[in-house]
Design a protein around this ligand. Structure first.
Ligand code: URA
Length: 185
C-alpha cells in the first residue's frame, strides 16, 4: 500500500474525536495526488456525509462553477476539508475537532505538495493561518508559507447566502488563475 492509500485507510478508520460517533462516512477529499491547487473547506455537510464525497451539495455545485470560471475542474484540483466528518446539524467544528483532524490535512498537503492552497471561509482560514485572520479583511490577499501560496476566499455557502460576495470572489479566483499562469512561466 502506498503512503497515500495508507493515510486514507487510517483516516477512514479514525476515532480521534467525537465526530466519529455521528458520521455516516468519513470524507477524505478527492482529486489528483499531484494537484497544483488544493481547495480546503470547513467540513462535510449532510450530502457529503451521506456520499463520502466533498462538496456535492448546493455549495459544491457552486464550487464547480467557480472552478469552471478559471478553466479548472474537479479532475484537476484536490478538494478537501478541515474536518473529515460532519459536525452534527452542520455546526462549526470545535477547536479540539479541528486539532484532532489537522494531521490528516497536513499529511495530505505534504504528499500532494500543491503550489496553491485556496482557503474557503473563515474556519479554514483561521485554522491554517491563525485566529487573528478575518475572512472579510484578508480574502483576496496572498499569503506565502514555505513556498506555498495561500489565497483566502469566501466559502461557497456564504456566496449562496449573500450574492454581493460573488463579484469579489470572482476577482479572487482570477488571482488564482493568474498565479498559476505565472508559476508555469
Ligand atoms: N461545506 C464544506 O465546507 N465542505 C463540504 O465538503 C461541503 C460543504
Amino acid at each position: 500500500m502506498d503512503s497515500w492509500e495508507k493515510l486514507k485507510q487510517e483516516c477512514l478508520a479514525c476515532r480521534r474525536c467525537g465526530l466519529c460517533e455521528t458520521r455516516t462516512h468519513v470524507v477524505f477529499g478527492e482529486g489528483p495526488q499531484d494537484a497544483e491547487v488544493m481547495f480546503i473547506g470547513e467540513g462535510p455537510g449532510e450530502q457529503e456525509d451521506l456520499s463520502g464525497r466533498p462538496f456535492v451539495g448546493r455549495g459544491g455545485k457552486l464550487l464547480d462553477d467557480m472552478l469552471e470560471l478559471i478553466d479548472l475542474s474537479r479532475e484537476k484540483v484536490f478538494i478537501g476539508n478541515m474536518v473529515k466528518c460532519r459536525p452534527p446539524r452542520n455546526r462549526t467544528p470545535e477547536p479540539d475537532e479541528i486539532a484532532a483532524c489537522l494531521p490528516f490535512l497536513r499529511a495530505q498537503t505534504a504528499l500532494i505538495r500543491p503550489q496553491i492552497i485556496v482557503l474557503l471561509g473563515a474556519t479554514a482560514l483561521r485554522a491554517v493561518l491563525g485566529p487573528q485572520m478575518r475572512i472579510t479583511r484578508d480574502r483576496g490577499r496572498w499569503v506565502e508559507r514555505k513556498g506555498v501560496w495561500m489565497m483566502p476566499m469566501f466559502h461557497p455557502a456564504a456566496l449562496l447566502r449573500d450574492e454581493s460576495k460573488k463579484r469579489p470572489t470572482w476577482d479572487d479566483l482570477r488571482q488564482v488563475r493568474d498565479k498559476l499562469e505565472a508559476l508555469h512561466g
